[in-house]
Design a protein around this ligand. Structure first.
Ligand code: ATP
Length: 232
């Protein structure tokens, strides 16, 4: 028997516009992602099996439908196959995630993003052929570990041994034009931008002279940016 036997709102109009995205599963991750897409002007079709969740998002997304995404006829009725981009944001219910993933591939959605809650889950999604797999809990855990360990205020690993970090500059480079600080040669990092209270963020140039109270955005290998952040 279907867990979500009926749709609360039958699909009568064409939902998929050129730039729109369908988000399946409006838990914390799916909801936050859908709302951020809406904030940036993207039309979003939200699908969730939980009536309460659907009600909560009713006025927040372009369309919200209560439906079971593991049913092919339901996805077709919602014209999910007309979307170029679909985000599968079901994590905890592995069976629902895998069944929905295989249906989305069957519907030949050009770009599918899926959330994985473990390495094994991600591996299964990858073997199925899902195009982009994200690990929100794992990624955030790793990111926070870097913040907890070092003096970094923000940490973003770009991949392939490269990270962007927000931190405070060490005293040794304050009052010195960037061209003379030797940060790249001495520390193996690049100071890409700086923030000055009242002035906001600006790109650094060779003439930039950092002052006390400034923050910097540095780029480089994770061990190098971390070591640079520890300097006082
Ligand atoms: P989060 O961490 O993002 O809150 P989660 O991984 O803890 O999510 P899940 O169990 O993955 O929680 O559920 C995310 C959402 O997906 C829930 O709101 C749930 O109602 C919805 N959902 C689960 N299975 C289905 C399904 N088969 N069809 C539609 N929606 C579903």
């Amino acid at each position: 028997m279907a867990r979500f036997p009926s749709l609360t709102r039958p699909h009568t109009t064409r939902i998929a516009e050129a730039d729109s995205v369908a988000v399946i599963g409006l838990g914390r991750f799916g909801s936050s992602l859908a709302l951020e897409l809406m904030n940036s002007g993207v039309e979003v079709l939200g699908i969730d099996g939980n009536e309460e969740v659907v009600q909560t998002h009713n006025t927040l997304l372009t369309h919200v439908v209560r439906a079971d995404s593991t049913k092919e006829d339901v996805l077709r009725q919602l014209a999910v196959h007309e979307f170029d981009r679909v985000v599968l944001a079901i994590g905890g219910d592995l069976q629902a995630s895998i069944l929905t993933a295989s249906l989305l591939l069957k519907l030949k959605i050009p770009t599918i993003w899926a959330k994985a809650v473990s390495d094994q889950h991600g591996e299964i999604l990858q073997q199925l052929g899902i195009h982009h797999i994200v690990y929100p809990e794992k990624d955030m855990g790793q990111r926070v570990a870097h913040l907890v360990r070092g003096a970094m205020e923000d940490y973003l690993e770009i991949g392939e041994n490269f990270a962007l970090v927000k931190t405070t500059p060490p005293n040794s480079i304050l009052g010195v034009p960037m061209s003379q600080t030797g940060v790249r040669a001495n520390y193996g990092i690049t100071v890409t931008a700086f923030h000055r209270p009242g002035a906001g963020w600006t790109y650094t140039s060779l003439d930039t002279v950092l002052q006390e109270g400034d923050h910097v955005l540095i780029a480089g290998a994770p061990d190098r940016v971390e070591a640079f952040s520890q300097l006082r």
